[in-house]
Design a binder for this molecule. Structure first.
Ligand SMILES: Nc1ncnc2c1ncn2[C@@H]1O[C@H](COP(=O)(O)OP(=O)(O)OP(=O)(O)O)[C@@H](O)[C@H]1O
Length: 584
């Protein structure tokens, strides 16, 4: 079941940017002051040249021309220095915003319940955390400062034009209707297109990720051509939206160019008439034309960067959207009365109309060893997920000590029941960080957990003990040790019930004696529900539940089920000779 992750609305994006700007107001004001200073200095240049033209027309000395040229060069140098500082500060400010957005999102995702992450699809999440963050990076680090510079420049330049000659500056107004019409046509069209493009790229990522992830299945089922075609279709869809965006931009750019040339013609026309009537001097007209040229570049830059900012905004809406998923905090007041598990009439479907569990009734008492067996697709893992509270039943109930498991807050639930799958992972970080993933624990508790799983000697032999960096890029760890760390983590979590799903490598009869001993120590004193793919693990269980097509069809111990000569006996009979002997 794939659900689309939400988008933050414009109001949330504005509130987020504002909150960050307020929190970093010193940096923000510092950056804006440099932009302001750089722009004011930049305005001196045209004024100097205008004065110089007037001076030359009215007759001046070579010395005065030289001094004006020197001042002009000095003004350019100071202007460049101030702009550099402003850009540097803007880049630092942008980095801070980016880090907050990325960390906020990742921090939120790791707290989301597994069922939400799974239903959202890893591709969408991945693209929000990677390519969307890159787009936001471009928007924040480049577009936002460029637009800030351009806006301040445009405003101050317009003021300088008005101060120089309000009459001649009126020529600028002819650009306004062109810009208004072009922008009003362009913006409502481009924003949804950018949103669509990002969603298309996310779909493409999902498809590519799934293909790579399920590479073996793709090969085994000869799906190669189909997967290539699927990726091609998604790529073409994304490309066609990109084309549409480029087309819109090209038309918009044409109208912008027109809007820049038109005012210069209008200024020269008005300037000519004003000069003929003695209302403006050549110097003033020169300065206003130079200002008009100077305003065109930042205005064009601002509008061009506005596009990057739109993309950044669309990306930010996707990134902040993840934080809008509010996981059910659970019922804090719920306190299970005991540790017995009870399932009553539990039904569950991953997608509507395709029910996987059709009414399960089962009671598991504290300390029991229950093994669930059955053919592939019978619903064993799904039942394990309901027992662990990963998914809630659509109807019926799954309770621990009388409390619905899925309604328990995540941290509380982990103290009750933990689902262990075959997939064990050591995260990049210290051994301590890896062990304290379920909860904070003292060094003493950590060493105790390591001793329980017989890994204390190994941990002591590490260069920095608990502070040794393990995982990708850190100290290399043998696969058996990865299992050991995972087991120690369980000891730290200390739930009263463990659900072992496909933890075959943990239960495998061929596993090392060492690992078996460790596992035995972890299971001791807990309720254990093992989803078994090998009947050899079922023999010694207190009870065996046989599942078929989403129902429990048999329940009893090995001897009872063999005597009943039903499904379980049939499964045992279907084993090859050696395995059958091991079970019997
Ligand atoms: N995340 C999911 N989304 C949609 N359908 C799913 C999902 N997980 C399992 N199913 C479907 O639910 C049914 C039961 O699957 P489940 O994994 O619970 O069976 P199982 O008995 O554990 O099988 P196996 O022994 O092969 O793991 C199957 O038809 C499977 O295709």
């Amino acid at each position: 079941m794939n659900t689309t992750l939400p988008l933050a609305d414009k109001k949330d994006v504005r509130a987020w940017v504002w909150a960050i700007a307020v929190a970093n107001r010193r940096e923000f004001l510092g950056m804006m002051s440099f932009f302001g200073a750089a722009t004011v200095i930049g305005l001196v240049g045209p004024q100097l040249l205008g004065n110089l033209v007037d001076a030359v027309v009215n007759g001046t000395t070579a010395l005065r021309v030289d001094i004006t040229a020197l001042i002009f060069v000095a003004v350019l140098a100071v202007h460049a220095l101030l702009r550099r500082q402003a850009r540097l500060r803007a880049a630092i400010f942008g980095e801070r915003l980016l880090a907050e957005a990325r960390e906020g999102m990742v921090g939120h995702v790791v707290r989301l319940p597994l069922s939400i992450v799974e239903s959202a699809g890893t591709g969408d999440l991945l693209s929000r955390a990677t390519s969307d963050v890159d787009k936001l990076d471009e928007g924040l680090r480049q577009a936002a400062p460029e637009i800030a510079i351009a806006t301040v420049t445009v405003v101050l330049t317009a003021i300088a034009m008005l101060v120089t000659s309000p009459l001649v500056a009126l020529g600028m107004l002819v650009a306004v209707p062109v810009l208004v019409v072009a922008t009003r046509w362009y913006r409502p069209k481009i924003i949804p297109k950018y949103q669509e493009a990002l969603a298309d790229w996310a779909e493409l990522h999902s498809a590519t990720h799934e293909t790579a992830d399920g590479g073996r299945t793709v090969e085994a089922l000869r799906l190669r051509q189909k997967r290539i075609e699927l990726n091609d279709t998604k790529l073409h869809k994304a490309m066609s939206v990109e084309w549409a965006c480029s087309l819109l931009w090209t038309v918009f750019l044409g109208s912008l160019s027109f809007a820049y040339i038109l005012p210069i013609a209008a200024i020269l026309l008005i300037g000519g008439i004003a000069y003929a009537n003695g209302l403006a001097g050549i110097g003033e007209i020169t300065a206003v034309v130079l200002y008009a040229r100077a305003i065109a570049e930042p205005l064009s830059d601002a509008l061009a960067w506005m596009d990057e900012l739109q993309v950044g905004n669309a990306a930010l809406r996707r990134i902040l959207g993840v934080q809008q998923i509010k996981p059910d905090p659970g019922d804090e007041s719920a306190v299970p009365d005991g540790t017995n598990i009870s399932i009553r009439g539990a039904r569950f479907a991953y997608s509507q109309g395709r029910e996987v569990l059709h009414g399960i009734d089962l009671d598991i008492v504290e300390g029991e060893r229950l093994v669930i067996v059955g053919p592939s697709g019978a619903g064993k893992s799904t039942l394990g997920r309901l027992l662990a509270g990963v998914n809630a039943p659509d109807s019926g109930s799954v309770t621990i000590g009388g409390v619905e498991v899925s309604s328990l807050p995540l941290a509380k639930r982990r103290q009750e029941v933990v689902l262990v799958t075959q997939e064990q992972h050591v995260f990049t970080g210290t051994l301590r960080e890896n062990l304290t993933l379920p909860r904070e624990a003292s060094d003493e508790e950590l060493w105790e957990a390591l001793r329980t799983v017989d890994a204390a000697d190994w941990a002591k032999s590490l260069p920095d003990g608990l502070d040794t960096v393990v995982g990708s890029g850190g100290e290399a760890i043998a696969p058996a040790m990865v299992q050991q760390i995972a087991l120690a983590r369980l000891v730290i979590a200390d739930p009263h019930t463990l659900i072992l799903d496909e933890a075959t490598s943990l239960l495998d009869s061929s596993a090392s004696r060492h690992l078996e001993r460790s596992l035995g120590a972890v299971l001791a004193g807990r309720t254990v529900i093992a989803i078994a793919h090998r009947l050899t693990t079922a023999r010694d269980a207190d009870r065996i539940a046989v599942m078929e097509d989403g129902r429990i069809v048999e329940l009893g111990d090995h001897a009872e089920l063999m005597a009943a000569e039903g499904s379980y006996a049939g499964l045992v009979a279907s084993l090859s000779g050696e395995n059958r002997r091991a079970v019997r």
